[in-house]
Design a protein around this ligand. Structure first.
Ligand code: PEP
Ligand code: MN
Length: 351
């Protein structure tokens, strides 16, 4: 039986969709020949945003995956979205399932899948839901666990948003870290393909996952990516996948070296002292804001002074480069400070 924790990093790769028997087998054989792939993935049922797109080959593609297994010895994984998918895939001996982002968003579907899986010992990976809702992600895992699924894992594939971004689905790494904290026993894999939606940032996103101690990655790979029937823009050839895997650095979780420990301890001491200093200054700043609150109250002036606040922000953002701090970071910090100042002044006004 497939063991998700038997190897780290675990590499899952294969086309977005199983399109034809030739495309499936050729892709699988090239991936297997690289010796760098642990599990072969292929979508058989494809949930498409709009009707009319390629919705997967369905049951006729399942024997192709059986053939992949026979020829390459790679375990095979597919996406399941309802009880019928589970039943058909189990009958064909598929080795692993994942639950897609659209399905994780729907508790009825997850419950149905969980019940169809009761009594089987197949590993199941749960993709994050489309929206940035960690409870929904966690809830899907709980539904599966309650039905006795023992080998569970997570796939971080980013979160959809409105408008343009460099990513197809924003990674919001802090949510992946939060779910890791909540479910520390579960292996977590990154799906850079669906995060990126193109080939340009696959390495950067995969490296980020490696540096955040993910257990592996799931990457879409196709023998002729440009001709793919789904997700053509983000797929890479098996050759390009090897290149990506060779460039990725999976660093150690820690080191026993004394020199390493000593330098780390020293710098961490500096960080602790700086944190204390930052907090002391923040506390002083809030006291001054409270002083301003008293003056505003005496003079019957409202708390929010947008012109002044815009000046504060502008003055600080102009120093972004000189400080070596991104505007994005400065904006978050300033906003947090502003909210706390306003709350302090509000309390004074209400006294
Ligand atoms: C997929 O893995 O091909 C897929 C449909 O992914 P997601 O559910 O993350 O959109
Ligand atoms: Mn896809």
């Amino acid at each position: 039986m497939l063991d998700l924790k038997s190897k780290k990093p675990l590499i899952i790769a294969g086309p977005c969709s199983a399109e034809t028997v030739e495309q499936t087998l050729q892709t699988a054989e090239q991936l297997a020949a690289s010796g760098k792939v642990d599990i072969f993935r292929a979508g058989v049922w494809k949930p498409r945003t709009k009707p009319g797109g390629f919705e997967g080959m369905g049951i006729p593609a399942l024997p192709w995956l059986v053939e992949v297994k026979r020829r390459t010895s790679l375990p095979v994984a597919i996406e399941v979205a309802n009880a019928k998918h589970v039943e058909s895939a189990l009958a064909f001996g598929i080795d692993m399932f994942w639950i897609g982002a659209r399905t994780t968003s729907n508790p009825f579907s997850v419950q149905e899948i969980a019940e169809a899986l009761r009594g089987s010992d197949i590993p199941v990976l749960v993709k994050n839901p489309m929206n940035a809702d960690i409870e929904l992600w966690n809830g899907a895992v709980e539904r599966l666990a309650k039905c006795g699924i023992k080998q569970l894992g997570l796939i971080h594939r980013g979160f959809s948003g409105y408008g343009s971004s460099v990513y197809r689905n924003t990674p919001m790494w802090h949510l992946a870290l939060e779910i890791k904290k909540r479910l520390p026993e579960l292996p977590i894999f990154c799906d850079p393909s669906h995060i990126c939606g193109n080939r340009d940032h696959l390495l950067e996103v995969s490296q980020q996952a490696a540096d955040l101690n993910f257990n592996g990655i799931m990457v879409e790979s196709h023998i002729t990516p440009d001709a793919a029937w789904s997700d053509a823009k983000q797929q890479i050839t098996p050759e390009q996948l090897v290149e990506l895997l060779d460039s990725l650095i999976w660093r150690a979780e820690g080191s026993d070296s004394i020199a390493y420990q000593n330098s780390l301890d020293e710098l961490r001491g500096v960080i602790d002292r700086l944190d204390d200093e930052i907090l002391r200054l923040l506390s002083m700043r809030m006291e001054v804001a409270e002083g301003i609150g008293f003056i505003k109250r005496e003079n019957n002036v409202m708390i929010l002074q947008s012109t002044r606040w815009n000046q504060v922000v502008e003055r600080i953002l102009a120093r972004s480069e000189e400080l070596g701090l991104s505007k994005e970071f400065l904006n978050i910090i300033l906003e947090a400070i502003h909210i706390e100042s306003i709350n302090k002044q509000k309390r004074i006004m209400q006294k």
